[in-house]
Design a protein around this ligand. Structure first.
Ligand SMILES: Cc1cc2nc3c(=O)[nH]c(=O)nc-3n(C[C@H](O)[C@H](O)[C@H](O)COP(=O)(O)OP(=O)(O)OC[C@H]3O[C@@H](n4cnc5c(N)ncnc54)[C@H](O)[C@@H]3O)c2cc1C
Ligand code: HEM
Length: 875
């Protein structure tokens, strides 16, 4: 589902902010001149809710950030600025901290946090590779203070920030460009004071609880000033706090490495990497077929059924956790530390169950056109019918998740669905008529069962775990596959949590196989670390800490891993209506309504059996573009405000653009071995943009006769075109968390210029026993939230993989590799497959020697370095 269903979601667009498409935005600055120093800043203000700032506020206490820049900064990128930061404190005891992101999103950006301490303002540079506690920044940014103030309601600091407009954290780089005439910035605010406050680089913090967002920040002529150098010279105070007598030198926050346990002996017919929507079902199916299966999951247990324990006090003593209670599903956006993956810049669950442990559980029977439009032969809707019925017989889903069969707080549903119905949209039971996705609306189907999350962890994993030929390891991350040419012999693992395994675990000799199901970012990362991917990305891995042990570059398999990245682009719209009733699911964590808790605990009924934040109706539209392509739109309505509109009577309706969208992005890896969305897949195509605009217009038209309904976003005085075209396009405000496509399934072999990474059996081109089975293989986007599709794809992949002839070893002299080669890559003992040239690998023997002579005489490429040359005649 969407960026989040949550509280204080990022402002971005208020009428006064004019933020343009493609990050080249503007949001009009307010000029502020500091009376003491005379420094003039362009500032941007997050309004204070307490002052009742016209209902568009996003935080209690407000916040202001401003910059002054060197004189030529609007034509030549500056490397530094003078900053002004004012943040709220919610009591006279000076609590809180606040933060700024110099690129907008929290991830992949230089972050600056500040907090009041003993009448000073202490600061710390941070960097986040995932939506988890950021590390201390280790680059050369330098902050010196000009002045600071601390009073009972706020704290502020004026500072010079050198080397702050480009950054490098362990080789992961980025920058902000002042010559573009605008910046995209992010802010966050927190009420609790940092723990251990005396030393800013050693504080402990929990997730910000007083709002966060990104915003466009236009730089006008006031931002760049001829007096910059004089002003900068005032920055003489190095305010370090008390870090034990030494000036604190930035180092990565020392987190104790998890204690690993050596891999026990034993081999497996199948090793499945990652226990999410793709991994759990296929591990079950393979073990059901009698194969010896090891499922390796990086994260810890989540659901209580599997030993998870995390949850509010009111679930203590039950076997429930925050992952099991539908009403707590949105906690991932409030408290993600330790649950979200730290090695990807997107929100992803690194726990048992993956996305199916943290998502909102929306569960859709596929629209047949999604398979028929996107997938190749063998994966068309008729091919998927068996897998679909198997999945839906195990996880039928429900649109009445409360066990008493009632639906709670349906006022918002009634307002929107009433409007749609009167405009002629059809009321359907979505999973009974999955192909009716044009001008239809429905209640929301969830994978929940018995009032709990359910899904693959409660079905497929249970049956798999009951088999003696199945093993599950948690807390263990796969670094890479171990391979000789295109044949994988095992995987190298490391502990991700205490007690996780470390070492190499092998597949059964000759016939064993490895299946990557680590998600759209995780599987691509394992491939790249295993020397499989685009040349430029393999070079990055080579330059990382993996370098010395990475497979030799003559064995690299060049495939377009990471391209074809896609996600539903999300465009939030908001209405208010006096009938809508908000329920505070977030408060339900710490301070719940006792009646609701009892109803849930005793009967698995009531509002807490429904996914936060009261999702529905869901509705669908199809829009034909000028390019002739029909683009699919899914709308999710939910009861909460967003974009600065308060909760209360508000409903946010998020539009997802799905099947038919042609924009694609790219995922890459950094030298620090984290994955990033380096090209966002959103709205690069004008017909994709047109569909988003038309979709909103269609909705406005449908709801136009609903009495007392007020459009907040887009506001009445803004055209839909301006609303859409002026909205920042960033993953932090437009993500739907439905990432797919990084190992595209298809018949056009990516080794020879095609776009596919895996063939129609999900087998990685250029290998004979490596497969990818998860969201990565989807060629293009589907209509709805994709988890049911991924589970179905996993069932289908199991069918196809089990139907393949078992891998077998080649006899002496046989070809065993080379560009375009599709056969076996392994040789009967005692031979190993040897590189001859890019086009030919072979089981070594005299024939090899002959080949080398032949190669020399015809001047075709020969082995590239000594360790690849084939000097040993082993027969
Ligand atoms: C916040 C959020 C809400 C969502 N809401 C919905 C919804 O309501 N309905 C819906 O249909 N979809 C929803 N989605 C999307 C859906 O959950 C994902 O599309 C789906 O889970 C992806 O399946 P997957 O198997 O590709 O990856 P995942 O489910 O992410 O599973 C990958 C697993 O691999 C593990 N892993 C990663 N790297 C390694 C490694 N190196 N070694 C070992 N293990 C590894 C991870 O920890 C994870 O458990 C949501 C997603 C998010 C993030
Ligand atoms: C324990 C520490 C932290 C955790 C767990 C955390 C987690 C998160 C999460 C889950 C979001 C997405 C919220 C949403 O979309 O609703 C987010 C957003 C954000 N965070 Fe943090 N955060 C932490 C610390 C920080 C710090 C120290 C900074 C800056 C100094 C920061 C800056 C931001 C910004 C600017 C956003 C909004 C932009 C975006 O969504 O990328 N965060 N954070």
């Amino acid at each position: 589902m969407m960026g989040r269903f949550g509280f204080l979601v990022s402002l971005l667009l208020t009428a006064s902010l004019n933020v343009q498409l493609c990050l080249g935005q503007s949001s009009t600055p307010t000029v502020y001149k500091d009376s003491k120093t005379g420094i003039t800043f362009d500032t941007w203000i997050v309004p204070d809710k307490r002052t009742g700032a016209s209902g568009t506020a996003s935080t209690w206490g407000g916040m202001t950030f401003g910059v002054a820049l060197p004189q030529n900064a609007l034509t030549t990128d500056a490397t530094e600025f003078i900053g002004y930061l004012q943040c709220p404190s919610n009591s006279t005891t000076l609590t809180g901290w606040c933060g700024i992101s110099l690129a907008g999103p929290m991830t992949n950006s230089l972050l600056l946090m500040a907090y009041p301490y003993q009448n000073q303002v202490l600061t710390s540079f941070r960097y986040a590779t995932g939506y988890d506690n950021p590390e201390v920044y280790t680059g050369d940014a330098k902050l010196t203070q000009i002045s600071s103030t601390v009073n009972s309601t706020s704290y502020s600091v004026i500072f010079r920030c050198q080397n702050c407009l480009s950054w490098n954290q362990g080789g992961a780089t980025g920058h902000a460009s002042t010559s573009a005439g605008s910046l995209v910035l992010g802010w966050c605010n927190a009420f609790p004071s940092p723990g251990n406050p005396s030393c800013p680089d050693k504080v402990s913090i929990v997730q910000h609880d007083n709002g966060q967002s990104i915003f466009g920040a236009a730089l006008d002529s006031n931002a760049a000033n001829p007096s910059y150098s004089q002003w900068a010279a005032k920055a003489t105070a190095t305010v370090t706090g008390n870090c034990g007598g030494t000036t604190s030198t930035p180092t990565t926050t020392p987190t104790a490495a998890p204690t690993g346990v050596p891999v026990p002996s034993g081999t497996y017919d199948y090793i499945v990497v990652g226990a999410g929507a793709g991994g759990i079902p296929i591990a079950d199916k393979l073990s059901e077929a009698g194969k010896k299966v090891l499922l390796i999951e990086k994260g810890p247990p989540s659901s209580g059924r599997w030993g998870g324990t995390l949850g509010p006090d009111w679930v203590k003593g039950t076997n429930l956790t925050r992952f099991d209670v539908p009403g707590l599903c949105n906690e991932i956006w409030e408290d993600s530390a330790g649950i979200s993956c730290t090695d990807t810049d997107q929100m992803a669950g690194c726990v048992l169950g993956g996305g199916t442990a943290i998502n909102a559980g929306l569960w859709w029977k596929p629209y047949t056109l999604d398979w028929d439009y996107n997938f190749p032969t063998g994966w068309k809707s008729t091919d998927m019918a068996g897998a679909t019925s198997r999945v839906f017989s195990r996880i039928p889903g429900t649109d009445t998740p409360s066990k008493d069969g009632l639906r709670y707080l349906q006022q918002g549903f009634d307002v929107i669905s009433g409007g749609l119905a009167s405009a002629g949209w059809k009321n359907v039971t979505a999973n009974s008529v999955p192909d009716q996705k044009n001008h239809t609306f429905s209640h929301t189907p969830f994978m929940f069962s018995n009032g709990e999350r359910g899904g693959p962890m409660a079905t497929y994993l249970v049956t798999a775990n009951a088999r003696s030929n199945f093993k599950l390891w948690t807390g263990t991350a796969v670094k890479r596959v171990i391979r000789t040419g295109g044949h994988i012999t095992g995987v190298e693992v490391e502990a991700y949590r205490n007690g996780g395994y470390v070492g190499v675990v092998n597949v059964t000799a000759t016939t064993g196989r490895v299946i990557l199901s680590a998600g759209a970012f995780g599987s691509a990362k394992v491939l790249m670390r295993s020397g499989i991917g685009p040349q430029d990305q393999l070079e990055v891995v080579k330059s990382s800490t993996d370098g010395p042990t990475m497979i030799s570059n003559s064995s690299w398999i060049k495939l377009p891993v990471g391209y074809n990245l896609d996600d539903h682009v999300n465009t939030d719209t908001v209405i208010t209506h006096p009938s809508v009733v908000f329920y505070d699911f977030y408060e339900a964590y710490d301070d719940p309504n006792i009646t609701d808790v009892n109803l849930y605990l005793n009967k698995r009924s009531g509002i807490l059996a429904q996914a936060a934040p009261n999702i529905g109706p869901m509705f669908f539209d199809e829009i034909k573009g000028a390019d002739g392509i029909v683009r699919q739109i899914e709308w999710t309505a939910r009861v909460e405000g967003s974009g600065g509109v308060d909760n209360g009577n508000a409903m946010t309706m998020s539009q997802y653009l799905g099947r038919g969208a042609v924009s694609r992005g790219r995922m890459t890896i950094t030298k620090a071995l984290s994955t990033v969305v380096s090209t966002v897949p959103y709205l690069q195509d004008k017909n994709d943009v047109a569909a988003v605009i038309q979709g909103i217009k269609n909705l406005q038209a449908a709801l136009k006769n609903v009495k007392n309904l007020t459009w907040q976003l887009p506001p009445a005085n803004t055209t839909v075109e301006d609303f859409v075209n002026n909205m920042v396009v960033s993953y932090s405000n437009r993500r739907a968390n439905h990432w797919i496509g990084t190992s595209k399934l298809g018949t056009d072999d990516g080794r020879s210029g095609g776009t596919a990474v895996v063939d129609v059996n999900t087998q990685v081109y250029g290998t004979d026993n490596l497969f990818v089975v998860d969201a990565s293989i989807f060629p293009g986007h589907v209509t709805t939230n994709p988890s049911a599709y991924i589970v179905i794809a996993s069932e289908r992949a199991a069918e196809r993989i089990l139907a393949l002839a078992p891998p077998k070893a080649l006899a002496q002299f046989a070809q065993c590799g080379g560009t375009g080669y599709t056969g076996s890559f392994q040789c009967a003992a005692p031979y190993t497959c040897q590189y001859q040239n890019d086009y030919y690998w072979q089981v070594p023997c005299r024939y090899v020697m002959l080949m080398r002579i032949a190669a020399k005489s015809t001047k075709i490429a020969t082995a590239k370095n000594a360790d690849e040359s084939v000097d040993t005649v082993r027969d």
